[in-house]
Design a protein around this ligand. Sequence first.
Ligand code: SAM
Length: 218
Amino acid sequence: MDWHEWHADYDVAGSTLARRLRAVQAQVRAALDESPPGPLRALSLCAGQGRDLLEVLADHPRRDDVRARLVELDPRNAAIAEAAARAAGLTGVEVLTADASLTDHYRDLAPADLVLVCGVFGNITDEDVERTVDHCAELCRTGGAVIWTRHRGAPDLVPSICAWFEDRGFDRYWLSDPNADYGVGSHRFRAAPPPLTAGARMFTFIGYDVLEGTQRSK
Ligand SMILES: C[S@@+](CC[C@H](N)C(=O)[O-])C[C@H]1O[C@@H](n2cnc3c(N)ncnc32)[C@H](O)[C@@H]1O
């Protein structure tokens, strides 16, 4: 899979990916709108070109309150995210070209107000999805939001993902329509985050194309 090319569908009007982006951005905006006053922290795991967060931050009233770290392995995507952040004057945004699965990349910013896990859960094993949800409880502050995506292809893992979040102290804030051809969820954390586990790997990014050919990227 060419993860730079993967982003091209965002610019195809009406595509599943373009509609999914709107849903994610609406949840990012809602989370920022409802955040408490003062400095905010945001994390994006496997951030790609960062459009979900950066396009919202660009004209959001809280933009200058947000310190964000986008972690993306593909240097082409990281460069595009970096350029977009600079073009928008988002001085609090940092783009790290690195393996987002490693908890150590988040040590100084967790627990954060906003955690994005988009385009990840369709590309890793179910066991790793659950393990990553476990770590989301460490990455997210009390009252913060985790916004995530997962395709709805059979077997539909979205109900299990919701149950895993909700078993770990998250409340369901919003879930995309089950009949939509993508899955987007936003969960808010009501519990107290345990300390971030040092030196842990949350997941191995396998890729939907490799995962038995049965899973999709949305
Ligand atoms: C499906 S795309 C999603 C991108 C973005 N989050 C979005 O929703 O638009 C997955 C991204 O993960 C990146 N990626 C793959 N393995 C990674 C890893 N171990 N650490 C960080 N990024 C990774 C790919 O380069 C790709 O940009």
